[in-house]
Design a protein around this ligand. Structure first.
Ligand SMILES: *Cc1c(COP(=O)(O)O)cnc(C)c1O
Length: 359
């Protein structure tokens, strides 16, 4: 067996210990005589798994009791529709467009009501996070939607945006559980799990209870948060196996010191890369310094052919998936919780050698 360092933006690396436990329990989960993949979601054994997974996520993220945790399917992209369907009570919502995913969320919301873009960073190819102040928000908007970490452009909100007393909704697909967040500052947090929490197929929604029950009449039942909450995410078959793996990942994070410890490790890993990039004569980081992502580090040489050569040689050296998103080119190193420090050290050493050989 030889594992490489996988810098993919998602699906992405999972902790080796978690994969080993999945393998060990593959044929017989905890004396049940079957794999979690084969188990009825209504069985007592599975009920214990999903309850424990929720309890561990609550502990990890310090989620207050007046928030519901939903384990859904459809990816973060499905939430782009579910959010306006459930939360656009008066028919108005404000959106901050800080990248491709938030633009998609904004476009989707326009189908269901008056969605307004109140700030955008499209003018500089989303290299920064636009400033938001409460006076930019419409008085009668039901919520403000932001994408907290922009996976494609490598930017992140340096702090929770101030939207006054408005409900703040955040897509945290690529930064959830990377550091502590004050959940009480958000009305709703959602995330596709395949970046920092689990294999693809699971979407986590964390929503304040008082926001439930205002969905539009024609909301499909599968997108109805209240219905899902009332049925403990079991209206239909949930993504059982992905939930089980998420549970193992939460236990791994708790065992390794929780989100404070994750943050410290992630800051150190990101600093290794950014410090080198800031001093390199060949590579340039593309995101503005004050809103750099800890999870997705984007950089270019300025020469598309050289970028291609870099990715190819890195791949051959066991540093995989460093190609930037197809829409922006360049390079992107996604260094989520499961990426060990050693992987980043190896990447920086490789970049130094490449710089020497190509200048
Ligand atoms: C990956 C990603 C998405 C899309 O997620 P899917 O689960 O593929 O729908 C949306 N938002 C952000 C911030 C992402 O990183």
């Amino acid at each position: 067996m030889s594992r490489i360092y996988n810098f993919s933006a998602g699906p992405s690396m999972l902790p080796v210990e978690v994969l080993e436990q999945c393998a060990a329990e593959m044929l017989d989960y905890n004396g049940s005589g079957m794999s979690v993949m084969e188990m009825s979601h209504r069985s007592p054994v599975y009920d214990a798994i999903i309850k424990e997974t929720e309890a561990d996520l609550r502990k990890l993220m310090n989620i207050p009791d007046n928030y519901k945790v939903l384990f859904l399917q459809g990816g973060a992209s499905t939430q782009f529709a579910a959010i306006p369907l459930n939360l656009m009570k008066t028919g108005k919502a404000d959106y901050v467009v800080s990248g491709q995913f938030s633009k998609k969320a904004y476009k989707e919301a326009q189908k269901y009501g008056d969605a307004k873009c109140i700030a955008s960073s499209e003018d500089r190819t989303y290299a920064y996070i636009p400033e938001i102040t409460p006076d930019m928000v419409r008085e009668d908007a039901d919520y403000v939607h932001v994408c907290y970490n922009n996976t494609i452009f490598g930017t992140k909100y340096p702090e929770v945006p101030n939207v006054g007393d408005k409900v703040l909704v955040a897509d945290m697909s690529s930064c959830i559980t990377s550091e502590p967040v004050d959940v009480t500052k958000f009305g709703c947090i959602y995330a596709g799990a395949q970046k920092n929490m689990a294999p693809a197929g699971l979407t986590v929604v964390i929503i304040r209870e008082d926001l439930l029950g205002t969905e539009k009449e024609f909301t499909p039942v599968m997108l109805n948060y209240k219905e899902m909450a009332d049925n403990d995410s079991m209206y239909n078959t949930p993504p059982c196996y992905a939930i089980y793996v998420a549970g193992l990942v939460y236990k791994w994070a708790l065992k390794n010191g929780g989100l404070e410890a994750m943050k410290k490790r992630n800051e150190e890993k990101a600093a290794l890369l950014y410090d080198y990039l800031d001093n390199s004569k060949l590579f340039k980081p593309t995101a503005d310094k004050k809103c750099r992502s800890m999870m997705n580090v984007c950089f270019v040489t300025g020469d598309a052919d050289l970028d291609k050569k870099f990715c190819k040689e890195a791949e051959a050296a066991g540093l995989s998936n460093l190609k930037g998103h197809r829409s922006v080119g360049g390079m992107r190193a996604s260094i989520y919780n499961a990426m060990p420090r050693e992987g980043v050290e190896k990447l920086v050493a490789f970049m130094k050698a490449f710089e020497e050989a190509n200048s």
